[in-house]
Design a protein around this ligand. Structure first.
Ligand code: NAP
Length: 319
């Protein structure tokens, strides 16, 4: 079996490659250019086992040629400008890349590789502010950021190609999932790095935006398994992958600081870090993924943050 992973340099790409390799699937990882970091693959010790190819996913001819040549069994489309905050700063490039690359892949599968099964990374951000919780696959989309708009468009495109052209394509609607390989600008890694800097006397305070908001957080290596199960289903469908519980950013930060023995007074609110629009609370319903995919997940987020903090401190953080 052969799989293509776009966005191999990201958090999910690395863990997904690791899991697929363990299952005996050969992996081709796509990067935009040679400056994409392969730290995740190196950290997991699999950089020599993944074949890396450079490609502009926004160029339809390049994507068509790739699928004509490789005809992969699976493609996991993870590449995206994935930061909500960055999407407010750069809405054009976020929407253009995220949507265009997905359209190119769907079109290439349709014409040149119709037996390929596609996993499309979409996001809980698509639901925006909702009238009732938990969010399920039937909740109406109500995106509140350019990032969320781009992922909503991808989500509809996948549905459209699936029903119009009988393509095996599924969207994984993932809620926040974290690991030591999460990019440094995301909340969890930001607070872990800053907390360790405070312990070492390198910084005095952790500055945060609105930490009253609540999110449904999980552990990335466990969420990856649901992606693989989705492409292996007889019939493609979209699934919510989440922990099923929300926790406030404040509780997470307090738990981390208590765990590391740092005074909570070192956490400061900076209103300039508040976002133009913010969803107060979201959590999802993972029962369909559990019953239909057979996906298992029972981790509590306190367990996740402690695990990531210890691993980061021992293996990655430098004084
Ligand atoms: P990530 O660490 O931010 O990785 C994003 C990947 O996309 C990187 O490989 C990046 O390459 C690539 N990329 C970004 N812009 C690109 C461009 N213009 N051209 C080509 N490649 C580009 O994301 P992740 O956490 O692994 O998430 C994987 C996918 O799941 C993303 O689509 C994300 O939106 C979605 N998602 C993630 C979460 C989460 O909590 N992690 C939740 C819901 C959905 P470079 O290294 O070259 O920048």
């Amino acid at each position: 079996m052969r799989a293509i992973i776009t966005g191999i340099s990201g958090q999910d790409g690395a863990y997904l490659a690791q899991s697929l390799l363990k299952k005996g699937v050969s992996v081709i990882g796509l990067v935009r250019n040679s400056s994409s970091s392969l730290f995740g693959l190196q950290y997991l010790g699999i950089d020599r086992e993944v074949e890396i190819k450079e490609i502009d996913l926004g160029n339809d001819q390049n994507v068509n040629s790739l699928f004509t040549e490789l005809k992969p069994d699976y493609v996991f489309n993870l590449a995206a400008q994935s930061s909500v905050a960055e999407s407010f700063r750069n809405p054009h490039s976020t929407i253009l890349f995220n949507l265009h690359s997905t359209l190119n892949i769907l079109s290439a599968i349709r014409t040149y590789s119709p037996n390929t099964h596609l996993y499309q990374a979409t996001s809980s951000e698509m639901y925006g502010s909702v009238k009732s919780l938990p969010i399920s696959e039937n909740t109406l989309l109500n995106p509140q950021s350019p990032y969320a708009v781009s992922k909503s468009a991808c989500h509809h495109l996948v549905k459209n190609y699936r029903s119009s052209y009988d393509i095996h394509a599924s969207s994984g609607i993932l809620f926040n999932h974290e690991s030591v390989l999460r990019r440094k600008n995301f909340f969890i890694m930001k607070i872990i790095r800053t907390a360790l800097d405070i312990q070492r006397g390198k910084q005095e305070f952790l500055e945060v935006g609105n930490i009253e908001i609540k999110r449904d957080f999980g552990y990335a290596p466990a969420y990856i398994e649901a992606m693989i199960k989705m492409v292996q289903m007889d019939d493609p469908e979209d699934y919510i992958i989440c922990s099923g519980k929300s926790v406030s950013l404040k509780d997470i930060a307090y738990h981390l600081f208590d765990f590391l023995g740092i005074d909570r007074d070192r956490i400061r609110i900076n209103s300039s870090l508040f976002r133009p629009s913010e969803i107060s609370d979201i959590y999802g319903d993972n029962s369909r993924a559990k019953s239909q995919l057979g996906w298992e997940y029972n981790m509590d987020f306190t367990e996740v943050i402690e695990k990531i903090a210890i691993e980061y401190k021992e293996n990655i953080y430098h004084d």
